[in-house]
Design a protein around this ligand. Structure first.
Ligand code: FE2
Ligand code: FE2
Length: 296
């Protein structure tokens, strides 16, 4: 019995650790985030809140789609990456649930939108596991792409108040860190490039209509405060159009035969923001990480 325990412990110690993916706890106060927290633009703020309200259900779906086929993955390193991916997405779901709950104190009604989403989620859980994973790969391309975009544009982030900044930067960093996991699992288990690219088309139209539907619902619910802010909305429209145009090449790269999410290295960008989150925003999880690197 004792020998079995020792062997178990040894095999645990020999198990590879995830590379470049760290599961962090987020400390933030969503109650402090003001209603039009993004560039004082109701449009952009509601767009981000609409996105946020899809995350608890969406990210759980991504996790399940990887779990469905996890036992088919033979590579122990990839197994470690999967465990870290699941840990990060679970934390994101939790943080965005807290963020979404903070809006319920106001006159927003996110519940009906989430009930609508849950119905779609149920339907999408019945499709073939290969298609579920291909959907996740496409969504993960979007989340990593949007994450990179906001980290590359500190002038946009500087308009956010501190607690909103913590949430979105933390999430962006982790989406970049785990951007390859679902893709690598898909490649190892299925490797069907035609389906991967095909599903990106459906995800693009689905994701765009989902965000559009969610955003217009929120703007409508908040119309008396949203619509009079003409300047903020015009600025928000400008930011949105600029972002969509600038993201086109990165979006299209997904359709290339030699596409891989880790083709480009974003270590510098991520490290810059990790240091800022630790030093300027006093985020304990990033401070601990920096300290553990110094003393290791
Ligand atoms: Fe996430
Ligand atoms: Fe993700």
């Amino acid at each position: 019995m004792a020998l079995a325990n020792v062997n178990q412990e040894k095999s645990y110690l020999n198990r590879p650790k995830a590379l470049g993916i760290t599961v962090r706890r987020l400390q933030f106060n969503p109650q402090k985030i003001k209603r039009h927290y993004f560039a004082n633009s109701p449009l952009m703020s509601h767009l981000l809140t609409a996105l946020s309200s899809t995350f608890p259900i969406g990210e759980q779906y991504f996790v399940n789609s990887v779990r469905n086929v996890r036992d088919k993955v033979k590579d122990p390193q990839l197994q470690a990456q999967i465990a870290a991916f699941i840990g990060q997405e679970a934390m994101h779901s939790k943080a965005h649930t807290e963020f979404n709950d903070a809006w319920r104190r106001d006159d927003y009604n996110l519940d009906r939108f989430q009930a609508w989403l849950a119905k779609r989620d149920d339907a999408l859980r019945d499709i073939h596991p290969k298609l579920q994973l291909a959907l996740t790969c496409a969504f993960e391309h979007f989340t990593a792409m949007l994450g990179r975009y906001i980290l590359r544009h500190p002038e946009i982030l500087s308009t956010l108040d501190d607690d909103a900044m913590k949430l979105w930067v933390w999430h962006a960093i982790e989406e970049i860190e785990h951007r390859s996991v679902a893709f690598d699992v898909y490649q190892e288990v299925y490797g069907d490039d035609r389906i991967r690219r095909l599903l990106m088309r459906s995800v693009t139209t689905g994701f765009a209509s989902l965000v559009f539907y969610g955003t217009t619902r929120l703007i409508w619910q908040d119309k008396w405060k949203s619509l009079p802010k003409v300047g903020g909305n015009l600025f928000g429209t400008y930011l949105l159009v600029k972002m969509l145009i600038q993201l086109i090449p990165e979006y299209l790269s997904y359709y290339q035969a030699d596409f891989h999410p880790a083709k480009h290295d974003y270590t510098k960008l991520v490290n810059y923001w990790k240091a800022r989150m630790a030093d300027e925003y006093g985020m304990i999880s990033f401070q601990e990480e920096t300290a553990s690197k110094i003393y290791s």
